[in-house]
Design a protein around this ligand. Structure first.
Ligand code: TMP
Ligand code: ASP
Length: 245
């Protein structure tokens, strides 16, 4: 299968398939943080994230969000539509956490009056800097119309994810999305949506560390990373929002 290798990222490997419009994504157990300065392997993470991303992308599909997801092809693999990735990380925040607290001084956990959308330039060498719409225009990363579509999609996705996670008693603090253009120029939600790319807090526990059910457990050495991801998957499955998963 090596001849079909396309690209290896921090948490996934992409392979071509015999169909040029379809790629195979393999989810790895590798975890990185802080622009890969921190690295480890978390047994079971690949399968858990593949299952969670499959669940979430299928759910979003039922809600009319165009995604690259086609099917789950094995316990840690999915088939997706080939897209040209827009080199932006689109972050949506409902509560203050992470880099927003560091940049603004807003206390951790503060509810934002309305969801905040931020763009970061996908560039490891530069450390994925925060970009304004003018920066995006300056570097021709996306047209102003595409930026408006990205914002609208991000806000819609936030609404659907909150509807999905609420009955799971999970608070969606913030998350990161990536989008791509397919051969027809349509913007599709790409990459993954998983505890690697979202902050999810358990509403059942008040303890500020115990409640963390996402990659912050790895970033801040809180332990029980795979257990937290497994809990997210279990609650999604119990919610019954996607039939057959
Ligand atoms: P931040 O607070 O570090 O900017 O992260 C915001 C959200 O984006 C959080 O849910 C984690 C996610 N994220 C990624 O998925 N990949 C990244 O490289 C970074 C920095 C954040
Ligand atoms: N995924 C990113 C990295 O390792 C950072 C993060 O998720 O915190 O570079």
């Amino acid at each position: 299968m090596n001849d079909l290798f396309l690209y290896e990222g921090k948490a996934k490997i992409l392979y071509r398939t015999t169909d040029p419009t379809v790629l195979r994504v393999v989810y790895k157990d590798d975890a990185t943080a802080f622009n890969a300065q921190k690295r480890s392997t978390i047994a079971g993470k690949g399968e858990l994230n593949c299952a969670i991303a499959t669940y979430i992308l299928q759910y979003l599909d039922t809600q009319g969000i165009p995604t690259h997801f086609l099917s789950q092809s094995s316990s840690r693999e999915m088939l997706v539509q080939a897209v040209t990735i827009v080199p932006l990380e689109v972050v949506v925040r409902n509560l203050a956490a992470g880099s927003l607290c560091q940049r603004t001084g807003i206390p951790l956990g503060t509810e934002l009056a309305r969801p905040l959308v931020e763009f970061f330039y996908k560039n490891d060498v530069l450390g994925d800097p925060l970009f304004t719409e003018d920066h995006i225009d300056l570097l021709h990363l996306a047209t102003p119309e595409q930026v408006q579509s990205l914002k609208r999609l991000a806000i819609d996705i936030n609404h659907h994810l909150q509807t999905l996670f609420a009955p799971c008693r999970l608070t969606l603090v913030d998350f990161k999305l990536e989008f791509g253009l397919n051969a027809s120029g349509q913007l599709l939600l790409a990459d993954e949506v998983s505890p690697d790319t979202c902050r999810l807090w358990d509403q059942v526990t008040a303890d500020p560390q115990e409640r963390i059910l996402d990659k912050d457990r790895f970033r801040h050495d809180l332990g029980k990373v795979a257990d937290a991801y497994a809990e997210v998957l279990k609650r999604l499955q119990e919610s019954g929002k996607v039939k057959g998963l």
